[in-house]
Design a protein around this ligand. Structure first.
Ligand code: NAP
Length: 282
């Protein structure tokens, strides 16, 4: 048996095309600003990709590149300046930030209206109560992929590996709200493999290359690989040992081409949503 490949690239393209077609409906195009502090090479790639997609969709896009030594005061001032621009609806501050900056304090400065990453406490709080506003893009994109592939969720067992505020935790909440019984595993979990073996859906968001092996997966289960790890040869490798799991799972996301493009597509949808609200369109 070979698993169905959940093609995030194709679905993202489809969603992006549909969204681009709607841009002329708005009085002005949605505006997305990205602040990048420092020159982390991976962050530069992600920021560039987000900008390219925003421009392709016909959004207004601003990129603010700040030096790594930017002070807390200067970064906060830039955030206030960006959100005061009436053409900007969404702002994201690319993570990780340099160590001298407190990421929580900086994220708290992003107004909930502009929080298209869905990372601020008001948005995560609303999600936890089942009243989602702007939801973190990676878990939101995974839900869209699962929905598109008609993966049954209600009454099923799901395991999420990783409990970060930007992926694992919101992912667990969304799956629970879709009717799954969710187990959230982390670095202190005694036997992650044993939890996975019971699961109908496994989401790996760890950052450990090829950690999830074929014998962790119940035959026919759906496996979502969030991991983006660089191998010694520079190749992108997921948290799942794709080559062995693909013969075991019912459906699986590839890396690259699975979750990554969906994350960007959801950033565009969140920016669209923020823009509609800012322009008084429901
Ligand atoms: P993170 O903040 O570093 O969190 C990693 C989580 O994995 C933590 O909760 C940690 O547990 C857990 N963990 C670490 N080692 C483990 C182990 N051996 N067994 C079980 N759990 C373990 O990472 P993140 O930001 O969530 O990102 C996770 C991965 O997804 C990374 O590879 C990242 O590059 C990728 N990512 C991809 C996208 C995309 O669009 N495709 C978006 C975001 C992130 P503790 O909490 O106990 O430390």
């Amino acid at each position: 048996m070979s698993a169905q490949i959940l093609d995030g690239r194709a679905l993202a393209r489809q969603l992006n095309t549909a969204l681009a077609a709607r841009v002329p409906e708005l009085p002005r195009p949605p505006g997305l600003a990205v602040i990048l502090v420092g020159a982390d090479p991976a962050s530069q790639v992600y920021v560039r990709r987000k900008g390219q997609v925003a421009e392709r969709l016909g959004f207004l896009h601003q990129q603010h590149d700040l030096p790594a030594e930017t002070s807390r005061e200067d970064l906060l001032a830039r955030i206030h300046q960006v959100v005061a621009d009436p053409n900007i609806d969404g702002l994201l501050v690319q993570l990780p930030l340099p160590a001298h900056l407190d990421a929580s304090e900086i994220m708290d400065a992003v107004p909930v209206t502009h929080d298209v990453d869905g990372f601020t406490p008001p948005n995560t709080g609303l999600l936890s109560q089942g009243r989602a506003n702007l939801v973190a893009c990676t878990p939101l994109g995974i839900m869209r992929l699962l929905e598109h592939a008609a993966v049954p969720l209600s009454g099923r067992e799901a395991v999420v590996i990783g409990r970060s505020n930007i992926v694992g935790r919101p992912m667990a909440m969304l799956l629970e709200q879709a009717g799954c019984t969710v187990t959230l595993c982390h670095s202190r979990t005694a036997n992650v493999a044993a939890h996975c073996r019971r699961a109908d859906v496994v989401v790996a968001a760890v950052g450990v290359a090829q950690m999830v092996r074929a014998d962790w997966i119940k035959p026919g289960a759906t496996v979502i690989d969030v991991g983006m790890n660089r191998g010694s040869d520079g190749r992108l490798v997921g948290d799942v040992a794709f080559d062995e799991v693909v013969g075991h799972a019912g459906a699986i996301t590839p890396v690259p081409g699975g979750v990554g493009p969906m994350t960007i597509a959801m950033l565009m949808e969140n920016t669209w949503r923020a823009s509609c609200r800012a322009q008084g369109i429901s």
